[in-house]
Design a protein around this ligand. Structure first.
Ligand SMILES: [Zn+2]
Length: 633
C-alpha cells in the first residue's frame, strides 16, 4: 500500500518539524475576512427556520447584511464545490469533477481528491524493502487557492478543515480536511467485531467474526497498515481482548484498558504499530460497545492519523497538528470522520451516531475559536461539514414520503433542525469574536433534496444497448466486471459522470471521434425523456454536455462527456458510482442515507450570508473568490 510506504520516513520528518517552530508572537491582524462554511446548508430550510425564529443569529446577519441563495458547482458535490470556492474556477480548470475519477485505460474508479505516489525504487534486503527516495501525496486539485494568492500579497491565512486541502498548502496555518486518509490509506475503514454471522465486509467495513471462550473472553487483533519495510505486505497487529463485566465489557487494545457500557463511546485510545526499524507508527481510535454480552458487538472507528505524531503531514506548518492537540485535546484527523457508512450499514444506532457527531462538532468548534482568538491572520476560513452529514443521514425524518420515515424515532426526526440551531449558535459565537473592522461571509457549497429512489444508470445504458454485457450475463459486478467493451458505447461512473467509450481515449474504446457528438445528443434526449415506470415522474431533469459546462475540456481525458442532473428524489445508486449493473433499473432507497444533493445543480443551491452589502453580483460559489479578495484590505 503506497501510503504505508510513506509512513516511516514521514513520521521522522514530522517529529523534527514538531520540535522546530515556536518563534515570537505574530502581530495581530488589523482587519480580517472571515469565511465560515456550513457544508450542505439549504436556503429553503434556513429561511423556514429563520421565519420560525429558530435561527436568531442568521436572521440578524441577514437583516444587517445580506442573504441570498448561492449557486453551486456542477455537479453539486462537496469536493467539486469547495474546489470551485478555493480557486474561483470550474471543474474543467481545477480538475475535481466528482468524488470518483476513472482510469480511462482500465475503467476502474479511483478517489479523485488526492493520490499517493509510491517511492520510485526499493532496496530489497533480508526480507525488508527499504524505500529509496521519498514518496509523495498529491492534491489533485489544480489552480491557485485564494488563500495562497492572499499570502502572495503579504497577508496571512488560516484555513481549517476545508474539503480538498490534503496534503496541506504551505500557508500560515492549515489543518487539512476531506482527503486526509486513515492509517490504512483509505477514506475511513472501521472494524466491527461481532459474535453473530449476519454481517458482510464491504469496502469501508472490516467485519471480524469472533467467538467468546467459556468465561466470555474474546481474543482478537486490530489490524493496522502493512509494515512499510517488509517486502511481503503483512499488516501490523495490535492485540484486542474483550471480556465481560457485570454490565458492559472491558476492552484491552494494546496496553490500554477501557471499560465500556452498552451504547457508550470510549475516549481516544492510542494504538502503536511496531514498524521494523526505529520508527513506530501511532494511530488513534474510539470504540463503541454496540451490544452487550452474551452476544457482544464492538465497533472500532477508522484508525486516525495521531495528531500528536502524524504519520504523514496533515497541517501547515507540519507541527501545527500536534500544537493544536496540545491546546484542545486529541481530535479526529481523517477527512470524513462522521461515520455515515456505519450508520447506513446499521452497525451503529441513530443515537450513537449523533453522539459521535456531537463530539466531532465540539472539536471543530474548539479549533475554530482557537484560531479566531489568536487573531493573527487576515484571511480566516473554516468549514463545518456536520450540517451536511446530518442532512444526509436524517433527511428521512423531514420527508414523510421517504421509505425510512416511519421507523425513524420521533426524537430523531428533527435532527436537521437541531444541527441548524447548532450552526446558529456557532455563528453567534463567531460574531462575538469579530472586531468592528472584520468582515464575515457565511456560505454553503450546496443545498439538499430528498433521496427516495436509487437509479441504476448503467442498467439503463444496458437496457438501451449503449452498454453491452458479456454473452450470457444479465448483471455485472463493480468495475464493469462483466462488460463487453468491444460492443459498448457508453458507461456511467461516479455520482454524476457519463462517459463515451471513445476510441483512442478509453483502453478498449470503440466510438470514433466523428460519432461522439451524435451519440451524446441521442443519450441526452433519451435520458431527459425517461419517466419512472412506477409513478410517471421524470428521473433526469437536465443532462449537461461536458464541453458546455467545462469549456476548453476537449483535450482532457478526465472531462465527463455528459453530466447527469437528476430530478429531486432521485440519485445515482451506490452501485452505479462504482460501475456495477444490477438487475433493477430504479429501486426504493431503503437506507438511512436519505438526503442528497448530487442532482441537477439548479435544484440545490447553497447559501450566502454576508455582514456587508456585496458590491458585485454573486451568482455561484465560484464568485466567492473575487468577493472575498475584494474585502481584504
Ligand atoms: Zn454531502
Amino acid at each position: 500500500m503506497p501510503l504505508a510506504r510513506l509512513l516511516g520516513a514521514a513520521a521522522l520528518i514530522c517529529a523534527v518539524f514538531a520540535l522546530a517552530g515556536c518563534g515570537a508572537e505574530p502581530a495581530p491582524a488589523e482587519q480580517r475576512v472571515v469565511i465560515l462554511g456550513f457544508d450542505g446548508m439549504d436556503p429553503v430550510l434556513a429561511q423556514r427556520w429563520m421565519d420560525e425564529g429558530k435561527l436568531p443569529n442568521f436572521s440578524r446577519l441577514a437583516e444587517s447584511g445580506h442573504f441570498q441563495p448561492l449557486g453551486t458547482s456542477n455537479p453539486p458535490q462537496s469536493p467539486v464545490a469547495w474546489s470551485d470556492f478555493a480557486t474561483g474556477e470550474h471543474a474543467g480548470s481545477h480538475g475535481i469533477f466528482d468524488f470518483l475519477r476513472r482510469d480511462p485505460e482500465t475503467y476502474g474508479p479511483q478517489f479523485s481528491i488526492s493520490e499517493n505516489i509510491p517511492p520510485e525504487s526499493h532496496l530489497d534486503l533480508f526480507g525488508l524493502s527499504i524505500p529509496l527516495g521519498e514518496g509523495q501525496v498529491l492534491n489533485r486539485r489544480q489552480g491557485v487557492a485564494f488563500w495562497t494568492e492572499a499570502e502572495q500579497q503579504g497577508k496571512r491565512a488560516s484555513v481549517l478543515r476545508v474539503p480538498v486541502t490534503y496534503p496541506p498548502d504551505e500557508i500560515h496555518r492549515m489543518l487539512s480536511g476531506m482527503g486526509v486518509p486513515d492509517l490504512l490509506g483509505t477514506q475511513g475503514t472501521y472494524t466491527f467485531y461481532t459474535t453473530t454471522r449476519l454481517e458482510k465486509s464491504g469496502s469501508s467495513t472490516r467485519v471480524v467474526r469472533v467467538r467468546p471462550d467459556r468465561d466470555g473472553t474474546i481474543e482478537s487483533v486490530l489490524e493496522g497498515p502493512p509494515d512499510p519495510l517488509r517486502t511481503e505486505p503483512e499488516p501490523m497487529r495490535v492485540p484486542l481482548v474483550i471480556s465481560p463485566l457485570e454490565t458492559g465489557a472491558r476492552v484491552s487494545l494494546g496496553d490500554v484498558e477501557t471499560e465500556l457500557q452498552p451504547g457508550q463511546w470510549s475516549d481516544w485510545v492510542r494504538v502503536t504499530f511496531d514498524v521494523t526499524g526505529p520508527v513506530n507508527v501511532t494511530g488513534t481510535v474510539r470504540m463503541l460497545l454496540v451490544q452487550d454480552y452474551p452476544r457482544p458487538r464492538l465497533y472500532v472507528s477508522p484508525i486516525q492519523i495521531d495528531p500528536m505524531s502524524p504519520a504523514v503531514p496533515i497541517s501547515s506548518p507540519p507541527g501545527y497538528a500536534a500544537e493544536l492537540a496540545e491546546r484542545i485535546g486529541l481530535y479526529h484527523t481523517i477527512g470524513m470522520p462522521e461515520e455515515t457508512w456505519s450508520l447506513n450499514e446499521e452497525h451503529i444506532s441513530d443515537a450513537a451516531w449523533l453522539e459521535m457527531l456531537k463530539t466531532i462538532l465540539a472539536e471543530r468548534e474548539a479549533m475554530w475559536y482557537d484560531t479566531l482568538d489568536r487573531n493573527d491572520s487576515e484571511v480566516v476560513v473554516g468549514v463545518f461539514v456536520q450540517t451536511d452529514r446530518v442532512s444526509h443521514m436524517f433527511y428521512r425524518g423531514l420527508d414523510p414520503e421517504h421509505p425510512r420515515f416511519d421507523d425513524t424515532l420521533p426524537e430523531h426526526r428533527d435532527a436537521i433542525e437541531w444541527i441548524y440551531t447548532e450552526a446558529d449558535r456557532i455563528l453567534g459565537e463567531t460574531m462575538e469574536r469579530l472586531g468592528p473592522e472584520d468582515e464575515l461571509l457565511v456560505i454553503s457549497d450546496h443545498g439538499f433534496a430528498p433521496f427516495r429512489k436509487a437509479v441504476h444508470l448503467n442498467r439503463w445504458l444496458v437496457d438501451n444497448d449503449y452498454l453491452v454485457l458479456d454473452e450470457g450475463r444479465e448483471e455485472s459486478d463493480v468495475v464493469f466486471s462483466a462488460v463487453d467493451w468491444s460492443r459498448s458505447r457508453a458507461y456511467a461512473l461516479g455520482l454524476n459522470g457519463l462517459f463515451i467509450n471513445r476510441a483512442g481515449r478509453e483502453g478498449q474504446g470503440i466510438v470514433a471521434v466523428g460519432e461522439v457528438e451524435t451519440l451524446k445528443h441521442e443519450i441526452m434526449s433519451a435520458l431527459e425523456a425517461w419517466n419512472d415506470a412506477e409513478t410517471g415522474d421524470p428521473v433526469v431533469r437536465t443532462v449537461f454536455d461536458g464541453l458546455d459546462i467545462y469549456p476548453g475540456g476537449e483535450d482532457n481525458a478526465e472531462t465527463p462527456d455528459l453530466v447527469i442532473g437528476y430530478h429531486s428524489g432521485y440519485r445515482a445508486s451506490w452501485q452505479t458510482t462504482l460501475g456495477a449493473v444490477p438487475a433493477a433499473l430504479i429501486e426504493p432507497n431503503a437506507q438511512k442515507w436519505s438526503g442528497d444533493h448530487c442532482i441537477d445543480p439548479h435544484l440545490v443551491p447553497g447559501v450566502l450570508f454576508t455582514s456587508f452589502k456585496p458590491d458585485r453580483e454573486v451568482l455561484s460559489i465560484k464568485d466567492i473568490w473575487t468577493l472575498a479578495e475584494g474585502r481584504v484590505h
